[in-house]
Design a protein around this ligand. Structure first.
Ligand code: C2E
Ligand code: CA
Ligand code: CA
Ligand code: CA
Length: 279
């Protein structure tokens, strides 16, 4: 029995070491990826439900590691966030997205919004407003076209500092959306204090429409909340006409999801702008 016990112990430490090593090597790969500039953006259209026109895009990070295909953000953003790599990475994402938006505007495309995810750690930077304003200046993108997507937890966990940084960002003229709305544990009172522009209904509520009555209630409550607070509202993860019908009935203004388009490379996004979305 004693022998067996030691064996199990050895097994566990080996497993832990493997895990730690894996993290370490992933961290090294991420830093190298920054040096080698292996990150790129895909763009997913934001759609006005009334006329199905593209009103903007959300920029979503992808990692093109040579020999390893296109790695989705779920596989590297969490570790980037933990290690702080998200700070230089997030800046690069912001710069690429603003540059792309500026070039689409210069080409005459009539779109209003480039949405970029801002991680909690980025939002926590005391000089985040200066970083954003520096990138706007550098790329020549007028602030009103940039929308920063923040999660509820990023806002709530940072107390009074969050209010000040949010105010500083809004003062630049950029817009702010609450991402994954409804999945945080927050009280709703922060909606009064924070100068935000838009709620994004999390896709977990949209997924089972129209079969799950609770999800439909929650979705319609969020849409109503946005309307009463004079905020824009967009539903994420819209995959079916039935979901879209429900959102239209509830007077939701905007939608995003595979029904319209997956996130696509810049060139494909631009051709969507030229030809519209076929449905
Ligand atoms: P998110 O911000 O909630 O982005 C929406 C995610 O839902 C995207 O996954 C998108 O591809 C996916 N999606 C869009 N429409 C549909 C649909 O109809 N059905 C389904 N099932 N999924 C849909 P993606 O690109 O894998 O991104 C995952 C998450 O990674 C994002 O969730 C965001 O939290 C994070 N992320 C992506 N890019 C960045 C970035 O540049 N910075 C930071 N901080 N986070 C990022
Ligand atoms: Ca988002
Ligand atoms: Ca989301
Ligand atoms: Ca559900």
């Amino acid at each position: 029995a004693k022998e067996e016990g030691r064996g199990i112990y050895r097994f566990y430490t080996a497993a832990l070491t493997d895990k730690a090593n894996e993290r370490l090597s992933m961290e090294r790969r991420l830093r190298r990826a920054l040096e080698r500039d292996e990150f790129l953006l895909h763009y997913q259209p934001l759609i006005r439900i009334a006329d199905r026109r593209i009103v903007g895009f959300e920029a979503l990070a992808r990692w093109q590691e040579p020999g390893n295909g296109l790695i989705p953000p779920g596989s590297f953003i969490p570790l980037a966030e933990e290690t702080g790599i998200i700070l230089p990475l997030g800046e690069r994402v912001l710069r690429m997205a603003c540059r792309q938006m500026k070039s689409w505007l210069d080409a005459g495309h009539d779109i209003a919004t480039m949405a970029v995810n801002l991680s909690p750690r980025q939002f926590h930077l005391p000089d985040i407003d200066e970083i954003v304003s520096g990138i706007l200046t550098e790329t020549g993108l007028p602030a009103q076209y940039l929308e920063l997507e923040l999660t509820e937890s990023a806002l709530i966990e940072q107390g009074i500092g969050a209010e000040m940084r949010l105010a500083a960002l809004r003062k630049l003229g950029v817009r702010v959306a609450i991402d994954d709305f409804g999945t945080g544990y927050s009280s709703l009172s922060y909606l009064k204090r924070f100068p935000i522009n838009k709620l994004k209904v999390d896709q977990s509520f949209v997924r089972d429409i129209p079969s799950d009555p609770a999800d439909m209630e929650i979705t319609s409550a969020i849409i109503g909340l946005a309307r009463n607070l004079r905020l824009d509202c967009i539903a994420e993860g819209v995959e079916t006409e039935a979901q879209l019908d429900f959102l239209r009935q509830q007077d939701c203004d905007f939608a995003q999801g595979y029904l319209f388009s997956k996130p696509v490379p810049a060139a494909d996004a631009e051709s969507l702008l030229g030809h519209g979305i076929e449905m």
